[in-house]
Ligand binder design. Structure first.
Ligand SMILES: Cc1ncc(COP(=O)(O)O)c(C=O)c1O
Length: 455
């Protein structure tokens, strides 16, 4: 009787302790309304923070070289400056605004109260010492299996704050291994030129155990080689010179169908990936390292665990939702094809148009076409003696990045292909002006664009 009374009291609704951790979060901020549902397109986009259209008032965000109430008016070419230096992947907005980005955040809020999953008694399934949500682990493996770009069997997936942290984690793991196995204090870091311009800084300033040394013998066991596929800036897939898998790693940030035509599976001990380059969400700072299980994976996890404790749970949730979308897009019938069909069509088309534009020029070479690569950036060479390619394009208001930053000469220039279509078209006109001289009117400019796009 007493037990029955106690049960009645405990089960009374006013006393029921809500299992708060099963309640889904109500965080739903679809920054990317699908194109047709966004009342602010085409001139702007709906801003969920300010709860209004942006792109409609003076000072609002407009595409570069555009102005006007609807941002629809093109500023005359000679009066505007187009920044194609840093690689901000705005080009993905076209896909996500057409098909919708991540809808809502479905993860219970209390999961955010811990630094990592699985540590606050939530029982949430995790991997990589609690740093990675299991659903993201599974989806990432599924994505790689679908694309066929990396072996995940026998590997740990360690989340990182972008590929940037992944690169340093790989350098840490490999340099510690060099020190243990070779009895030296510092490992040399070697890359083939031209190389991703951030690598020297990352190598020289964050670890005590790595030294940037392009004169090092890349085949020695005291040298770590960084191999970037597809290479930034020239899009090449150069084979590694370092034969020892415990002395090299692959930065595969651009090893996706969007940037590379014939993908075959990479089966190395450490492979670094980037969310920014794959799905475009650079601001979410998502990355991951696929690392062979054993001492190397322990070291990579030590690095990420100590440096940032873990990767933001919000970042992982966003990554889950977008990875799901990408996989689903390839499982459903759509006239556009899947995500990679769409993005590679867009990117290859840009390369084709640029190839056509540079074809008739003797003074300027489009290196991607010369090398037969795609990649994510345009690598341009100015052929005149002693020329400074950066200055030549800067003079006409097109800002790129100097070849010297990438270990090449002043004759080279990198132009980002991350800009949205409307800015890419302005870039084409700017390049046309440099190669062939000024166009007399807007009509002539439009004709050039039409010809190129039809080519
Ligand atoms: C070759 C290469 N690796 C890594 C990165 C860094 O990527 P993330 O944004 O994921 O840190 C970049 C960014 O431009 C890159 O070009």
């Amino acid at each position: 009787m007493l037990v029955f009374a106690l049960a009645l009291v405990l089960l009374h609704p006013s006393l029921a302790v809500e299992r708060y951790y099963t309640r889904p979060a109500e965080v739903c901020m679809p920054f990317n309304l699908p194109g047709p549902e966004d009342p602010c397109r085409p001139g702007g986009f709906y801003d969920f923070f300010y709860k209004r259209c942006t792109g409609y008032r003076p000072g609002d965000l407009c595409f570069q070289c555009h102005k006007g109430v609807y941002c629809e008016e093109r500023v005359p070419l000679e009066e505007c400056y187009l920044d194609a230096s840093l690689h901000h992947p705005f080009v993905y907005d076209e896909y996500w605004s057409l098909f919708g980005g991540a809808p809502c955040d479905r993860v219970p809020n209390p999961y955010r109260l811990s630094y990592m999953f699985g540590t606050a008694g939530t029982g949430y399934p995790v991997t990589s010492r609690g740093m990675l949500m299991k659903p993201l682990d599974e989806l990432t493996r599924q994505l790689h299996a679908m694309v066929g770009n990396a072996e995940t069997e026998g590997r740990i997936i360690v989340p990182s704050v972008g590929a940037t942290q992944g690169i340093v984690a790989a350098l840490y793991a490999l340099s510690q291994t060099v020190i243990e196995e070779e009895g030296v204090e510092v490992a040399d870091v070697y890359v083939q030129s031209p190389y991703y311009n951030h690598l020297p800084w990352l190598t020289e300033n964050l670890l005590k155990t790595t030294k940037w040394n392009l004169d090092a013998d890349p085949t020695k066991n005291t040298t770590i080689e960084i191999v970037t596929w597809a290479n930034n800036p020239d899009g090449q897939l150069l084979p590694p010179k370092q034969p020892n898998k415990r002395r090299r790693f692959f930065d595969l940030s651009y090893y996706w169908p969007t940037f590379v035509k014939n993908i075959t599976k990479v089966d190395d001990d450490i492979m670094v990936f980037s969310g920014s380059k794959n799905n475009g969400l650079a601001g979410s700072r998502s990355g991951w390292v696929i690392v062979k299980e054993g001492d190397l994976s322990e070291k990579v996890m030590d690095f990420v665990g100590n440096e940032t404790l873990a990767v933001a749970i919000d970042t992982q949730i966003r990554q889950i939702l977008h990875t799901e979308k990408i996989i689903e897009s390839h499982q459903s019938e759509s006239p556009y094809g899947g995500f990679y069909d769409y993005m590679s069509r867009l990117n290859y088309n840009r390369i084709r148009i640029l190839t056509q534009l540079f074809e008739t020029s003797e003074n300027y070479t489009f290196m991607n076409a010369e090398l037969g690569t795609i990649g994510a950036v345009a690598w341009v060479k100015c052929n005149m003696p002693d020329c400074n390619c950066f200055d030549l394009f800067n003079e006409i208001g097109l800002l790129g990045e100097e070849g010297e930053l990438f270990g090449a000469s002043k004759a080279y220039l990198r132009l980002s292909l991350g800009n949205p279509n409307i800015e890419f078209r302005t870039m084409l006109l700017k390049i046309y002006t440099r190669l062939h001289g000024e166009l007399p009117s807007i009509e002539a400019e439009n004709e050039v664009l039409e010809d190129l796009e039809r080519s």
